[in-house]
Design a protein around this ligand. Structure first.
Ligand SMILES: [Zn+2]
Length: 108
């Protein structure tokens, strides 16, 4: 039995430095301001504008936040939704509801 190990050079391929992107937004100080603006009824867009930040950045943050503080759903037919009108997270009683209760009341 011969040992025919081919030592393939794994080190030759220069791997790009894989590091997580440094946080460009200081959420620790920004999150309370975001929360208070949202509490005042500001939409995501409005909140982003007031804090002078990218809406995409804020949306990504809010998505992460929402997953962590997910609204508990007690029925299987309930769907987690974001209001089409004001971006508020809410739990809809059915998949066809796209507006939060407040906006639904406003439009009906
Ligand atoms: Zn709404």
């Amino acid at each position: 039995m011969k040992n025919m190990h081919n030592i393939t050079s794994t080190a030759s391929a220069p791997a790009p430095p894989r590091r997580t992107r440094p946080p460009r937004v200081d959420w620790a100080s920004l999150a309370p301001r975001v929360a208070s603006l949202r509490a005042q009824g500001c939409s995501t867009r409005e909140t982003a504008r007031r804090l002078n930040m990218n809406i995409k950045t804020l949306e990504a943050h809010l998505r992460r936040h929402r997953i962590r503080h997910a609204i508990p759903m007690d029925r299987p037919d309930q769907v987690r939704r974001t209001c089409l009108n004001c971006d508020t997270a809410f739990v809809a009683d059915g998949r066809f509801l796209r507006l939060c209760p407040e906006c639904r009341a406003m439009f009906s």
